[in-house]
Design a protein around this ligand. Structure first.
Ligand SMILES: [Zn+2]
Length: 102
């Protein structure tokens, strides 16, 4: 019985349903899921350019009033650039952007 409830709680669910409500300060409205399951890469500066370093997955959230968007990432990267299978993960998850910040 305990095992069943643990399995139920760990079933895959959109991140946006598991977290607290996100609020658009400007509009005083909640952010809603715009796309469940998106990916992005975190960059690192290499010779005055940003190169992909880590791959993250998450949900794209948006304010329905002003269009403000943010990505709510899952905890921790899916893959890191030094791993041999990094290109496969990138091909599979198709990151929508490279974050040029660290
Ligand atoms: Zn807004």
């Amino acid at each position: 019985m305990l095992r069943l409830s643990v399995e139920f709680r760990s079933a895959p669910e959109p991140l946006s349903r598991l977290t607290r409500k996100l609020v658009c300060v400007k509009c005083r409205k909640f952010l809603h899921p715009k796309k469940i399951g998106v990916a992005f890469e975190e960059g690192m500066p290499v010779a005055n350019a940003w190169k992909p370093y880590e791959l993250f997955a998450g949900d794209l959230m948006a304010c329905r009033s002003c269009g403000f968007e943010l990505i709510l990432p899952a905890q921790g990267p899916v893959a890191e650039q030094h791993q041999a299978d990094y290109p496969k993960w990138v091909e599979m998850l198709r990151p929508m952007l490279l974050v040029e910040d660290c």
